[in-house]
Design a protein around this ligand. Structure first.
Ligand code: SAM
Length: 241
């Protein structure tokens, strides 16, 4: 019997491996979904691929699943980071969810000169990334980093990581995303509602790794820009082709 429910767990997954359930997972499986002993569940932990498991103990506050066989190997996304300036809560949640679905390897919220929010709930955003992977059949979960200053991140920018700098000041100019960048580590940078400051723009244009990109003739909202830029990158250089 194949499993209809997919869960992300922290536990290692291997043949015959018992997997203890958290209180929340037990509530979901046995309270909400009304599963009983013997029911199949698909498990993944972001490292060991996807596994078919069966319920062996079902309780109100806990329970156990036992892994049977791997159903899919681990599928890693391309080495793509998404850097974005957090905006309003629902739109930030949307960016994290879509980045996880579309194949980002790491998600890095950054504080730019015109970023409004000073804090994020990293744990909540990480939970959104996990939920997105559960829903879309992913076997990998991108790490959501804590909020950090863009300037500090650029101070230590890896020499080989290419940067797709989505600059609203380039709106309308031709798209530039060279295919020789294939097989290199990359990052995409999306700015906040207020866009980039002139100082940031100057620094980003001067970076050797920077590829300045237009997302068309219209100014997009940051959440739309995140999805549009990931689509372009995945199509040109990622694992969609
Ligand atoms: N307030 C800014 C303005 O009016 O110019 C717009 C900022 S836009 C809402 C947020 C971010 O989305 C920008 O910083 C940029 O990274 C990206 N973006 C939006 N439209 C773009 C475009 N046409 N070309 C390149 N980047 C774009």
């Amino acid at each position: 019997m194949s499993a209809k429910i997919r869960l992300y767990v922290e536990h290692p997954l291997a043949p015959g491996q018992p997997v203890p359930l958290s209180r929340d997972h037990a509530h979901y499986l046995f309270g909400v979904m009304r599963l009983d002993a013997g029911a199949p569940v698909a498990l993944f932990n972001g490292r060991d691929g996807e596994w078919l498991a069966h319920v062996t103990e079902a309780g109100k506050r806990g329970g156990t699943l036992v892994c049977e066989a791997q159903t899919r190997p681990l599928q890693l996304p391309p080495d793509l980071w998404l850097l974005f300036a957090p905006i309003k809560k629902a739109r930030t949640d949307f960016i994290v969810e879509k980045a996880a679905e579309m194949g980002a390897a790491r998600i890095l919220p950054v504080q730019t000169d015109f970023t409004n929010s000073e804090r994020i709930r990293q744990d909540r955003l990480q939970a959104h990334a996990i939920e997105a992977a559960e829903q879309c059949g992913g076997t990998f979960v991108p790490e959501v980093a804590d909020l950090q200053k863009l300037s500090r991140l650029l101070d230590h920018w890896p020499a080989d990581r290419q940067l797709m700098f989505c600059d609203e000041a380039e709106a309308g100019s031709a798209l530039r995303l060279a295919s020789e960048g294939r097989n290199k580590p990359w990052a995409i940078l999306i700015g906040p509602e207020g866009g980039f400051s002139e100082a940031e723009r100057k620094r980003l244009h001067a970076m050797e790794q920077s590829h300045v990109v237009s997302l068309g003739p219209r100014i997009l909202r940051a959440d739309t820009a995140a999805v549009a830029s990931m689509t372009l990158w995945q199509q040109a250089l990622g694992d969609w082709g």
